[in-house]
Design a protein around this ligand. Structure first.
Ligand SMILES: Nc1ncnc2c1ncn2[C@@H]1O[C@H](COP(=O)(O)OP(=O)(O)OP(=O)(O)O)[C@@H](O)[C@H]1O
Ligand SMILES: [Zn+2]
Ligand SMILES: [Zn+2]
Length: 831
C-alpha cells in the first residue's frame, strides 16, 4: 500500500473527511489502519488517524504529501474500532475525529516521542540475537531508544521489532508517561526484632515515642510506609528519622505501582452456588455464548436479586471460551466494592477504567487490555471502547442510568454502542437493571424496534436471593406534617425510625434528591429571586464562600444581606443541601455519626473508598448523600432508608422526569435489608399520590411502566418515536427565530419530498414532525439566547441524515451570522 487515508484532528464539518497522504518507504509496513500519524496540512503540522489504505489516490500522485511521522509503533486503534467510530459519527452526527479521540486514552493525545526498551524479564535466545542484525545489541545499555531512530537504523528488522512489541517483550513508552508516573513512597525497613530490642535498651529514658516505634516494629517486622507508621504509633516523622540516623531502621524511597488496586489483597472468591432463579437466567446467556451468537438480553432483576453473580458466571464462561468481556457500570457506582467483586473473582485478568485514575494509571490499564494481559475490562461509559480484539460478552449494569449517554460531543449512548460493537464481534450483550429504561423494557417485552435495540430477550429475577423480602415502604405526606406544626426536616415517622436504629446500633442511608432543588435565594417580602445576569437561571447559594454562583457560566456575586429589589431584610436562602441536613441531624440526634457523600466531599482521590470503608466498618450510623448513595451499595447492617424531598425532580420540564424519579427511589429503597436484617423505607414527599412514588411503595415496576408506556405512545415519545434536538444560540432573538424557522421548513420540505407525513396521530408507521423553534428550557446562557427545534420521528426514515442535510444547506449563512448549532440525537436531558 502506498497511500494512507487520514482523518486529521481538526473537529469541524469541513475537515470531517479523509485526506490522502503518501506512505514514505521507511514507514512501509508500519502504517496501518488505526495508526496515529503526524502529517502536513496546509502550513500546519497536524495529528491524524489512518482510517484506510489504498494503492491509488483520489488526487494526482504528484500532489500528495508524505506522512511526516508515525506516532506509535503499535496502532492504538484497530480496524474494528475505526468501523465502530464511523458508525457512531453517522449515528450521532459528530465529526469522526472527535469520536476517535474519545476512544484514545488521554495520555496518548500529546505528540511526544515514543521510546522502545526491553520489557522487564524479557529474554532472547542467541539465535534471535544473531538474527536481529544489531537491533538487540542497541538495547544493551538498557536505555530506551527513540522509535524514529530505530526505524531509520534498522530498516531491515522492522518485522522483528514489530513482532517483539506485539509479544510485549519490547515495550513502547512515551515521555508524557514518565512525567506522569512513578510515585515514590518513603518506606521504613526495620532491622531484625532482636536488634530492635537491643536498641531499645540504649535509648535515653525519656525517649518514649522512639521506644514505642521500635517496639511496634519489633512486633510488626516488615517494611512499612513512613506515613503509615506515624499513624500507627501516633508520632511524627522526625521521631522516625532520628531512629534512622542512629542506624536502627532504614528509610528508603520505593516506587509505588500505579495500579491503585495493586497493593491490595482481594481474597479470591469461588463461584457461588446459584439459586434456581439465577440458573434459569444464566443458562440462556451461557448457551448464547457457547454458540457464539450475537444476542441481546435484558436481565430485569429486583434489587438484591443477585444479578452481579450472574454477570460473574457469564464472564467466566466467556473467558473459558477464550474471549474477552467488558463490564460497564455507572461512574458513581464504580465503587471499590464493585471493583472488588470482579477483582476477587478474576484477579489480575481485570483492568479497571474510571475517571478517578490519573492519566498514567488509565494508560497502564488500557495497555493491559490492548496487550492481552487483561481479559475483563470494568469501567464507566468510555470503557465500551476497551481495545480488545475478540469480545464475547458486554455487560451493562444499571443499564437505565443516564450517565451512559455522554452529554458533550460525541454525544453517544454506551448502550447503543455496546449493541453495535457486539454485532461486529458476534458477542452477547447483557443489560441488567432493577428498573430498566422504558426503551429497553419495550424492546424486550413487546419487541419494539423503534428503540434501535433490535431483538432483545427478556430474563427476570423477580425475587431477592434466599427469600429475603423486599423492604416495606411507607410514604409520609409532608403537608400533613406542616399542618401538625412540624417544620423540621424530618417527619415524625422518620425521626422515630432514626432514633430506633440508633438504639439498635443499625445503620441508615439518607438520600437527598437534589436535582432541580438548588439552593436559591428569594425575598419573602417581594418575591425577588437572584438570577444570573447572563443566563436565565437562578443563582445557587454557596455557604462556604458566602456568595451566589451561576452553575452554568461561573458568574458569582456576594450574598446579599437585604433584598436588592425592595431592601427588605427578609431575604432567605431556600432549599436544602446535604450540608444543611447534616447540621440538622446533629442538632436533632445528639451524638449521631454521619458520613456525608456528595460532590464536595468526594472530589479528592480515594475519598469515595475511604467513606464507604468507614461506613462498612460501622464507624458511622448514617450515610447521607445525593444520587451517589443510591446505587450498587451492599451493606448488611443498613435497615433503614430515608428519602428527603422525593418529589424534587418531578416537576422538571422533561418527559422522563417521572421515570427517573421512580428509578432513583426504587434503587435507593433497594439498599435496605439486603442481608439477614429486614429493611424499611420511609419516603417524605409533598406529592404522595404521584404514581412515581406510589409505585415504589408497591414495588410495582411493571405496573408503573405499562402505564407510562401508554402515555408515551399517545405522545409519540420514545420508545414509540425518536427525537433529535437542535439548539441554536445567538445574541439576537430575531436572528435565532429566522434561523430556526429556516431549519424547520427545510426539514418539512425534505420529509414531504420523501412522502413522509408530519402528523403522528393517525397511526402511520412512518412519520416525522418538526416542533419549534421555541425558546429552550434554559433560555439564555452566557449572554446568548437559545432556541430549539425538536424533530420527532418514527419508522422508516433516516432522520439524522435529513437533519445533517438541512443544516448543511443553511451552513454558509449560519456560519456568516455567527449562529452556533448543537445537535443531540436521542437526547436524554431535555434541559
Ligand atoms: N446464589 C447466591 N447465594 C447466596 N448469596 C447470593 C447469591 N447470589 C447473590 N448473593 C448475595 O446476595 C446479595 C445481593 O446480590 P447482588 O448485589 O448481586 O444483587 P444485585 O441484583 O446486583 O442488586 P442491586 O441491583 O441492588 O445492586 C449479595 O450480598 C450477594 O453476595
Ligand atoms: Zn424584596
Ligand atoms: Zn450564568
Amino acid at each position: 500500500m502506498t497511500v494512507a487515508r487520514v482523518i486529521v484532528d481538526v473537529p469541524s464539518r469541513d475537515t470531517d473527511r479523509t485526506f490522502d497522504y503518501l506512505i514514505p518507504d521507511r514507514l512501509k509496513g508500519w502504517v496501518e489502519i488505526g495508526s496515529r500519524v503526524a502529517v502536513p496540512f496546509g502550513p500546519r503540522k497536524l495529528q491524524g488517524i489512518v482510517t484506510g489504505l489504498a494503492d491509488d489516490a483520489d488526487v494526482e500522485y504528484t500532489k500528495l504529501k508524505p506522512i511526516d511521522d508515525l506516532l506509535d509503533a503499535i496502532p492504538p486503534l484497530s480496524k474494528e474500532l475505526i468501523t465502530l467510530g464511523e458508525w457512531i459519527s453517522k449515528r450521532w452526527l459528530c465529526p469522526l475525529t472527535i469520536v476517535l479521540q474519545a476512544m484514545l486514552p488521554a495520555a496518548l493525545k500529546g505528540r511526544s516521542e515514543k521510546y522502545v526498551f526491553p520489557a522487564e524479564g524479557a529474554q532472547w535466545s542467541d539465535e534471535e540475537t544473531a538474527q536481529s542484525g544489531g537491533l538487540l545489541l542497541a538495547f544493551k545499555k538498557g536505555e530506551p531508544l527513540k522509535l524514529t531512530w530505530l526505524l531509520q537504523q534498522f530498516p531491515e528488522q522492522g518485522d522483528l521489532l514489530k513482532r517483539w512489541l506485539r509479544q510485549g517483550r519490547l515495550e513502547e513508552r512515551q515521555k508524557v508517561e514518565d512525567r506522569l508516573s512513578v510515585k515514590t513512597v518513603q518506606t521504613v525497613f526495620p532491622s531484625e526484632p532482636a536488634m530492635l530490642l537491643q536498641a531499645i535498651e540504649q535509648l535515653p529514658v525519656r525517649a518514649h515515642k522512639q521506644r514505642e516505634v521500635l517496639l511496634y516494629l519489633a512486633e510488626h517486622n516488615e517494611p512499612l510506609a513512613v506515613l503509615k507508621l506515624t499513624e500507627a504509633v501516633a508520632t511524627t516523622s522526625s521521631t522516625i528519622r532520628s531512629l534512622a540516623e542512629r542506624g536502627w531502621i532504614e528509610i528508603r524511597s520505593i516506587t509505588e505501582d500505579r495500579d491503585p488496586y495493586a497493593n491490595r489483597d482481594f481474597p479470591a472468591t469461588a463461584p457461588m452456588k446459584l439459586t434456581p432463579a439465577q440458573s434459569d437466567v444464566l443458562t440462556p446467556i451461557q448457551s448464547a455464548l457457547d454458540q457464539g451468537g450475537n444476542e441481546t438480553f435484558l436481565l430485569h432483576g429486583v434489587t438484591g436479586s443477585g444479578k452481579t453473580e450472574v454477570y460473574l458466571q457469564a464472564i467466566q464462561r466467556c473467558l473459558e471460551l477464550g474471549r474477552e468481556a467488558i463490564v460497564l457500570v455507572p461512574e458513581i457506582a464504580l465503587t471499590p466494592q464493585m471493583v472488588e467483586r470482579f477483582k476477587s473473582r478474576f484477579g489480575a485478568r481485570v483492568a479497571v477504567l474510571h475517571s478517578r485514575l490519573s492519566q498514567g494509571e488509565r494508560y497502564d490499564e488500557w495497555r493491559k487490555i490492548r496487550e492481552g494481559r487483561a481479559q475483563v475490562a470494568v469501567g464507566a461509559r468510555s470503557a465500551i471502547f476497551a481495545p480488545f480484539a475478540s469480545i464475547g460478552l458486554i455487560v451493562i449494569d444499571e443499564e437505565h442510568e443516564t450517565s451512559y449517554k455522554q452529554e458533550e460531543s460525541p454525544k453517544y449512548h454506551a448502550r447503543d454502542v455496546a449493541v453495535e460493537r457486539a454485532r461486529l464481534h458476534g458477542a452477547v450483550v447483557v443489560l441488567g437493571s432493577a428498573t430498566p429504561a422504558l426503551e429497553t423494557y419495550e424492546a424486550a417485552a413487546h419487541g419494539g424496534h423503534e428503540t434501535g435495540l433490535g431483538d432483545t430477550i427478556y430474563l427476570s429475577l423477580p425475587e431477592r436471593v434466599a427469600n429475603r423480602p423486599l423492604p416495606g415502604v411507607s410514604i409520609v405526606d409532608m403537608r400533613e406534617e406542616l399542618k401538625l406544626g412540624n417544620r423540621a426536616m424530618f417527619s415524625r415517622p422518620l425521626a422515630d425510625a432514626i432514633r430506633d436504629r440508633l438504639e439498635k446500633q443499625e445503620q441508615m442511608v439518607l438520600l437527598l434528591n437534589r436535582r432541580g432543588y438548588a439552593t436559591f435565594v428569594m425575598c419573602r417580602s417581594c418575591g425577588y429571586t437572584a438570577a444570573c445576569p447572563h443566563c436565565e437561571i437562578s443563582l445557587t447559594h454557596h455557604k462556604g464562600s458566602q456568595n451566589l454562583r451561576c452553575h452554568y457560566c461561573g458568574y458569582a456575586e456576594v450574598e446579599p444581606k437585604t433584598c436588592p429589589s425592595c431592601e427588605s431584610p427578609h431575604i432567605r436562602f431556600f432549599g436544602t443541601g446535604t450540608q444543611k441536613v447534616e447540621e440538622s441531624l446533629a442538632e436533632t440526634f445528639p451524638g449521631i455519626r454521619v458520613i456525608r457523600m456528595d460532590v464536595d466531599t468526594t472530589t479528592e482521590k480515594g475519598s469515595h473508598e475511604k467513606w464507604l470503608t468507614e461506613f462498612r466498618e460501622r464507624r458511622a450510623d448514617v450515610l447521607l448523600g445525593t444520587q451517589m448513595v443510591a446505587k450498587g451499595l451492599d451493606f448488611p447492617f443498613v435497615t433503614l432508608v430515608g428519602v428527603l424531598a422525593a418529589d424534587a425532580a418531578l416537576r422538571l420540564p422533561d418527559f422522563r422526569a417521572s421515570e427517573r424519579t421512580f428509578q432513583l427511589l426504587t434503587q435507593v429503597a433497594g439498599r435496605a435489608g439486603r442481608h439477614e436484617l429486614p429493611g424499611e423505607v420511609i419516603i417524605q414527599t409533598y406529592d404522595p399520590e404521584h404514581e412515581s412514588i406510589t409505585s415504589v411503595q408497591g414495588h410495582d415496576y411493571n405496573g408503573f411502566v405499562e402505564r407510562a408506556l401508554v402515555l408515551r405512545k399517545q405522545l409519540g415519545y420514545p420508545p414509540y418515536g425518536r427525537l433529535i434536538s437542535i439548539t441554536f444560540s445567538h445574541e439576537s432573538v430575531p436572528m435565532l427565530l429566522s434561523t430556526g424557522e429556516r431549519f424547520a421548513s427545510g426539514m418539512r420540505e425534505k420529509a414531504a419530498a420523501l412522502g413522509i407525513r408530519n402528523d403522528f396521530d393517525r397511526g402511520e408507521r412512518t412519520a416525522l414532525e418538526v416542533l419549534g423553534p421555541v425558546s429552550s428550557p434554559i433560555a439564555r446562557l452566557k449572554d446568548r439566547y437559545r432556541f430549539q427545534c425538536m424533530v420527532k420521528y418514527r419508522g422508516d426514515v433516516d432522520a439524522s441524515l435529513l437533519v445533517s442535510q438541512a443544516l448543511e444547506e443553511m451552513g454558509e449563512a449560519v456560519k456568516r451570522n455567527g449562529v452556533l448549532v448543537s445537535v443531540d440525537v436521542d437526547p436524554q436531558m431535555m434541559l
